[in-house]
Design a protein around this ligand. Structure first.
Ligand code: CP3
Length: 355
């Protein structure tokens, strides 16, 4: 495995905010900051498949760097995808433009679960090589590695693709808990292996995306999902780098998602950060939570929303949150004007940093 000495970026606002210090400015980065909103992204991706790009170290480095050059954001997120470790392990799937991940043979039976491969670190060697290039290219900007959480990966595998209602996934979970936990166990192993590879290669933080966990009740989350996500956070804790946990529509799950073990809890736009702080409890940083659609509403509306969020974040800190990392409540929408993103970063940086 590619191992890299961990960098000491003691002044990086993202890392300072994540660990309870006072950052020199309010840190901001955006989920999906690398992607179709950028003309330079569309240009380098022309004629190259999404997954193919994720296994090309030079492209991984170039695409990850594009939003850093443009927007003055405080963190880079590795250009990859949550299905990359599944593909690398040998599962037949593709990312279809405008659709998302599509799995050739959905996982529905105990036999399907038994046949699932494990991930060997060398199978993501292209990803770790990309991280190596990035550590040189990034200078003082921290690099966030990531993985999909077991539940969100399970949903793609069981449904066979993106799903609105997750009905087959929930059916397996509720009707066949034993198979369900076996499946989640395998996916947890793959997720841990993928994150350990990125950590070994030198990423400065990691984020676990449980994007679809908001489809569950809190009781379902606690019984069928949380023990597995908790194992992910426990097994990577020794690295000592910030661990973030994010989902969409998770207002009712924030307490449980925090308990699963992250240092930073991502919050979507449906719930104010001060209320999120009450639900998460003290001792964790919060990340969020501008509605990505607000970036289409013009400078006045954007400024009003950014100021509201900063104000609620400051209150969250007085309620015990460790810090605030500004972000969107979900990813940058593909047709967002990139100059609006740059201006929004400048606006956030112009506000006083939270204490
Ligand atoms: O800047 C970043 O945030 C970096 C990279 C990133 C991508 N995917 C790149 C990508 C990250 C963190 C992801 C994670 C991911 N992938 C998640 C979790 C985050 C979330 O959005 O909730 C999920 C659910 C996926 C699965 C996935 N991959 C979807 C739903 C799609 C969109 C399909 C489409 O075409 O609309 C993808 C493809 C994908 N992943 C793209 C990018 C930039 C677009 C593909 C392209 O440009 O052709």
């Amino acid at each position: 495995m590619n191992t890299h000495a961990r960098r000491q970026l003691t002044d990086a606002p993202y890392l300072v905010a994540a660990t309870g210090g006072v950052p020199r400015r309010r840190p901001v980065w955006f989920q999906r900051q690398a992607g179709r909103s950028l003309p330079e992204y569309r240009e380098v991706r022309a004629g190259i498949g999404m997954l193919e790009s994720c296994f090309d170290p030079e492209l991984v480095c170039e695409i990850t760097m594009q939003p850093i050059r443009r927007h003055d954001v405080d963190a880079a997120i590795l250009f990859s995808d949550i299905v990359v470790p599944l593909k690398a392990a040998g599962i037949d799937l593709d990312i279809v433009p405008g659709v998302g991940p599509v799995v050739a043979n959905p996982v529905r039976t105990v036999d399907d679960v038994r046949k699932l491969p494990r991930l060997r670190p060398e199978e993501v060697g292209a990803v770790t090589a990309g991280i190596g290039l990035l550590l040189d290219a990034l200078g003082e900007v921290p690099l966030i590695g990531f993985a999909g959480a077991p539940f969100t990966l399970a949903s793609y595998l069981v449904e066979g693709g993106p799903s609105k209602n997750h009905e087959r996934t929930k059916a397996m979970m509720l009707a066949d808990p034993e198979i369900w936990h076996q499946l989640m166990g395998v996916l947890t192993d793959i997720t841990i292996e993928f994150l350990q590879a990125q950590i070994g290669a030198g990423v400065d933080a990691v984020q676990l995306f449980d994007s679809w966990a908001g489809a569950l009740t809190q009781a379902q989350y606690r019984e069928y999902v949380m023990p597995h996500s908790e194992r992910v956070f426990t097994e990577i804790a020794a690295a000592g780098i910030p661990r973030a946990h994010f989902g969409v529509g998770t207002g009712e799950l924030l307490g449980a998602m925090g308990e699963a073990g992250a240092d930073i809890v991502g919050v979507d736009w449906r719930i104010p950060l001060n209320e999120a702080a009450r639900r998460v409890g003290p001792g964790k940083a919060l990340q969020g939570n501008l509605d990505p659609a607000v970036l289409f509403a013009g400078p006045k509306a954007i400024e009003a929303e950014v100021r509201r969020i900063a104000h609620e974040a400051d209150e969250a800190i007085t309620l015990g949150a460790k810090g605030h990392i500004f972000n969107l409540g979900h990813g940058v929408l593909p047709n967002t004007d990139p100059t609006v993103i740059t201006d929004t970063v400048a606006l956030i940086h112009s506000l006083p940093a939270p204490l």
